[in-house]
Design a protein around this ligand. Structure first.
Ligand SMILES: [Zn+2]
Ligand SMILES: [Zn+2]
Length: 389
């Protein structure tokens, strides 16, 4: 089969690789009908995530048709159309019982590696380095899905891929980012980053009752999409002082909750960006937390800081004083996607949201490397690329 393989930093190639096979009774093999490139794939592409190996198949956002199931999978059969959540979860461990699926204790065979870095391991994740298990990803013609009796959700007839594909990650991720903000009527939510997850965080904040959502980015087209398709008010941080603008818009109190949908490769104007780039280059910090610092400083006292942008290691100049003295709460995590599949599918069916609003580019799988470059370099107003094997 064909698959999009990581061969080194900035080096991807669609290659012929062996077809996946059923290895365990609870596996299923899926013929992928569509798959997407995620902002967090760019961290692999750019070389910010360790433990990638030459030939690793990328992709954790995919859906398709079941072609084969192991004897332990009773709820799926060949021919079913399914969306596959990006965290791999066993369904039976303590964390899975608490619906903390991205923390599943049984699906990361390289837990020892993750424990060294994070203290404790996360679940396995498709196509996301050997730190999360080294599972082959879904930017391929076929994928093996472990614990297929727990993760995948069947798609009702008549719903196109483009409407449901993002249940695999970015819709639940954006939704969880907003949900943990404990939004109350009248609340103002600020979202750093107008990438695909940021767009879903904006939409979700409105679905959950926010009165106003203010979105922050520097790319005009992303801000335009946030305004026109997600309904946000916007701040371009290259043109305005974000803190000042937010204070002006919120009567001096700041947003009730803030969402960091940027993560470790934040960009900032001027000297502070150079400082963080330098620290990152010298390996004395792994992540550039500019958006996070700004979000903390702007958040209303007593408010919630929701961090959904991906971080990999250490940050520098974390404003702990502001965070502690002002009674802020931080909520984080890789999305517990399985928890959100049914309710969010329901919202799509009811017409409350059409997730296809983020798609700007559709390409055949063969052109995946080009899609990565276009997305990373923000060429052609690229916001979200869907690949078709
Ligand atoms: Zn993703
Ligand atoms: Zn589990």
């Amino acid at each position: 089969m064909k698959a999009n393989c990581w061969n080194g930093v900035n080096d991807l190639e669609v290659q012929d690789v062996p077809d996946p096979k059923i290895l365990n009774p609870r596996d299923a093999i899926i013929r992928v009908t569509s798959t997407a490139i995620c902002g967090s794939d760019l961290h692999l592409y750019d070389g910010y995530v360790p433990t990638m190996e030459r030939g690793d198949i990328l992709g954790h956002e995919f859906m398709g048709e079941v072609v084969e199931v192991g004897p332990g999978v009773k709820n799926l059969k060949a021919g079913d159309r399914v969306v596959v959540p990006f965290p791999i979860a066993c369904g039976g461990c303590l964390q899975c019982e608490r619906q903390m699926y991205s923390l599943c204790e049984n699906t990361n065979p390289n837990a020892w590696l993750a424990e060294k870095m994070f203290g404790h391991a996360t679940s396995g994740i498709f196509g996301y380095s050997h730190l999360t298990g080294g599972f082959a990803g879904g930017q391929a013609e076929y994928a093996r899905v472990p614990f297929a009796d727990v993760g995948p959700i069947k798609v009702p007839d008549g719903m196109p891929d483009e409407q449901v594909l993002f249940l695999s990650d970015i819709f639940p991720t954006g939704y969880m980012a907003a949900e943990v903000c404990e939004i109350k009527p009248g609340d103002v939510i600020a979202v750093w980053g107008c990438g695909p997850v940021g767009q879903f965080a904006i939409k979700s904040a409105y679905l959950l009752g926010a009165e106003r959502v203010i979105a922050i980015d520097r790319f005009r087209y992303r801000l335009r999409i946030a305004r026109e398709r997600a309904g946000a008010e916007t701040i371009n941080y290259e043109q305005e002082d974000v803190y000042e603008a937010l204070m002006e818009m919120t009567g001096g109190r700041g947003p009730d909750a803030v969402i960091d949908a940027v993560g470790m490769e934040a960009h900032a104007p001027g000297a502070i960006h150079a400082y963080d780039r330098l620290k990152q280059a010298m390996m004395s910090e792994t992540d550039r937390p500019y958006a996070l610092r700004q979000a903390i400083m702007a958040c209303k006292s007593g408010g919630i800081v929701s961090v959904i942008g991906v971080y990999g290691g250490l940050v520098d100049k974390f404003p702990m004083g502001s965070f502690m003295n002002r009674s802020l709460t931080m909520k984080t995590g890789q999305a517990h996607v399985q928890r959100y599949l049914k309710p969010l599918l329901g919202r799509i069916q009811k017409g409350e949201i059409d997730p296809s609003f983020v798609i700007t580019h559709k390409l055949p799988l063969d052109r995946a490397p080009e899609g990565f470059k276009m997305f990373r370099d923000k060429q052609d107003e690229c916001l979200k690329v869907v690949l078709y094997p």
